[in-house]
Design a protein around this ligand. Structure first.
Ligand code: PEP
Ligand code: MN
Length: 370
């Protein structure tokens, strides 16, 4: 059960203290307080954990400071959608909104290689009105002999260049808790020219200790990729780990499932789950067409499979597209064969726009039926 308190309730207020004192008397019930400080208001929610079935909604509603009560199902308590749940399905970070009704494209390099390529990428993004990108500095690789990413060495110049080209959010995978501090240090050292959305990759979806640490910080939002060999429910629970530790700024990423049934694609595209995740949770949903498809093969209509599946995801209501580009794919150190070319960026963005407009028309059409 969640008690949603009136906005701007002060922790010192007598009424608030009375509420806490009352909750402490409920046997078999533990409380967890979550405070979300926004620029305009502070929202406080109290999670009641334990045998809440015995509690009467009207009684709880009548308690001091309580504005609304939501009875949650066991699943995804914080990030889930529950009956009569009107909690927000969006968050803002560094001036960019991420929600179940917005769409942001994160085109960029799978892996940072050199300043020249990073700058070419960022310039193309700026010239096409983009404020988000992807830039991998820490790369989890199948082979220990493969390029592992430049790590913290590249962060200062990547962040400075991002600031120079007006980039507000960089999606960047971390694979170890120490990377968090390295990113924080580099941002501080360069005067916070940009923002970072921490990415938890598919290989770490169930790295619970990493999830807990990333969940304990509220500075950076998180893109959690679905685990490539686990159920959707298991991946959604992984997202809940982040929220249960305090960070609710979570985007859920679909990136295909590992199975040979998806051949000749790199993974089995799973974008049919976009509406499912939006129905079960309040998270914005990202699709990663590059790691799903893994090649630049095109169909007889001339359209690349990467672009076809992007459209499929967007047409189903996706809120974010994470996609690999590279100025010179044969020279890319990671995943060159799936990268789109810089000259394809305006085309790609227009293609995404067509799919987005079709999605919005589909929603309007459906609303006219009701
Ligand atoms: C990536 O986005 O760079 C990546 C490695 O993705 P995934 O974790 O989905 O394989
Ligand atoms: Mn990659």
């Amino acid at each position: 059960m969640i008690l949603i308190l009136g906005s701007n309730v002060s922790e010192q207020a007598q009424e608030y203290q009375q509420l806490l004192a009352h909750l402490a008397t409920l046997s078999g019930i533990q409380t967890r307080v979550h405070v979300e400080r926004g620029s305009e208001q502070t929202l406080t929610e109290i999670y009641l954990i334990g045998n809440t079935k015995a509690l009467d909604i009207d009684d709880m509603q009548a308690l001091p400071c309580v504005e609304r009560v939501v009875r949650v199902s066991e699943e995804y308590r914080i990030l889930g959608r529950h009956k009569d749940d009107q909690r927000a399905t969006h968050f803002d970070y560094n001036g960019v909104r991420f929600g179940q009704d917005t769409l942001n494209v994160f085109a960029g390099l799978c892996a940072v290689d050199n300043p020249e390529h990073v700058e070419m990428m960022l310039r193309a993004l700026r010239d096409n009105g983009q404020v988000c990108t992807r830039m991998g500095a820490y790369k989890p690789r199948t082979s220990p002999y493969a390029f592992q990413g430049h790590g913290k060495r590249c962060l200062p110049w990547v962040f400075e260049l991002a600031g120079k080209y007006g980039i507000k959010v960089i999606a960047m995978e971390i694979t170890h808790e120490s990377h968090l501090e390295e990113i924080r240090d580099a941002l501080r050292q360069t005067g916070n020219p940009t923002g970072v959305m921490l990415q938890i990759g598919t290989r770490n979806t169930q790295n619970f200790e990493l999830l807990k640490i990333v969940g304990r910080q509220a500075e950076f939002p998180v893109l959690l990729k679905r685990g490539f060999g686990i159920t959707l429910d298991e991946s959604l629970n992984a997202a809940e780990y982040l929220a249960s530790e305090g960070n609710r700024k979570v985007v859920f990423g679909l990136r295909g499932m590992k199975t040979n049934m998806g051949d000749p694609h790199r993974n089995m595209v799973d974008f049919a789950h976009v509406p499912v995740v939006k129905r079960l949770t309040r998270m914005p949903v990202c699709v990663d067409p590059s790691h799903s498809v893994g090649t630049r093969q095109a169909s007889p209509d001339g359209i690349l499979d990467v672009c076809h599946v992007t459209a499929q995801g967007v047409l189903a209501g996706a809120n974010m597209v994470l996609v690999d580009f590279h100025p010179a794919p044969p020279k890319a150190l990671v995943d060159g064969p799936q990268a789109l070319l810089l000259k394809e960026l305006p085309y790609f963005l227009e293609d995404v726009q067509i799919a987005r407009e079709a999605y919005l028309k589909r929603v309007a059409l459906r609303q006219r039926q009701e």
